[in-house]
Write a protein that binds this ligand. Sequence first.
Ligand code: ATP
Length: 333
Amino acid sequence: MALAARDVAYSYGDRVALDGVDLEISPGVLTGLLGPNGAGKTTLMRILLGVLTPDRGEVLVDGVPVDSEARQHWGYMPQERGLYPGMQVGDQVVYFGRLHGLSRPETTARARELLDELGLTDRWDQRTDKLSGGLQQRLQLATALVHAPGVIVLDEPFAGLDPVAVAELSDSLRERARSGCVVLFSSHQLDLVQNLCEDIVLVNAGRVVLRGRLAGLRAASSGVQLRLNVRAPDRRWLDRFQGAAVVSEEADEVRIAIPPGTDPLDVLDGARAAGRVDDFGLDLPSLSQLFLESVGSEASAGSDGLVGSSRVSTARGAEPVGPVEARRGGTTR
Ligand SMILES: Nc1ncnc2c1ncn2[C@@H]1O[C@H](COP(=O)(O)OP(=O)(O)OP(=O)(O)O)[C@@H](O)[C@H]1O
């Protein structure tokens, strides 16, 4: 079951929030939704979930437009809290399960399992407003997952969580993705997304500027470098790789910038033909570097009001990239 958006547009009055968004989210992998403040992530998630109706475009599952009946089986964790402060923790989860049509015994069993999984085992009888912020966040997640949704959309689920909770939530989401769920979550924690997500969607000023398999996007970007210890002091072998350039040479190690479109393994083969290669490795740019490259350093100022500006049109690499081959044989870091 793949979830897709086609040409989705949305404006709040005359403020354009989304301006023709296309994306596809695959089941079985975790997808991170990224973008600077005001980029349109929350608006996009609300449209996927049917909370907002797009001005243009549509949301599809396996190519078929989604209706509200199908969305009953989806789970959504909004950024803002949607819990009843005076309600006990266990009752809260059971209540949301009942809203989704589960029987009381079924939802009670599911609630116990989930509270266990999310580290809230002892909190069943506690009032919600007596939980810390991070624990309320976990409870909110439990309410979104109680009906075992096949599509899970989470708005900044990691914000405010301690490292242990981050690791636990990561495991929970990974497990659900592995079991075939569509899992999309937004985050500003790029290191976390880099470690956790196979796929990313990067939105800037209401448009998708980068999407696809993260490893492929990193390998196809302009920041790839090949490290080589090659016994060939003459570098003429490098001349046939147009755009490849020596960045540094230290002791036995030469570092070569690989231009997009050049397979680093071809460069490695070129080096091996010139002399013995004792060691080699690939350095791929981090997700943070990709983010800044795609969105620009002005991202830190937020992208409010930039729809249609030149900043969107200068965004690069908007196409998905196939599976990376760059890891074959070498080390990456
Ligand atoms: N209720 C609203 N009324 C008017 N404008 C809004 C409303 N909600 C969002 N916007 C505007 O729509 C644009 C997209 O906002 P959205 O909340 O979707 O961004 P976001 O990427 O989720 O941001 P953040 O990372 O800060 O949560 C912004 O320009 C924002 O100011």
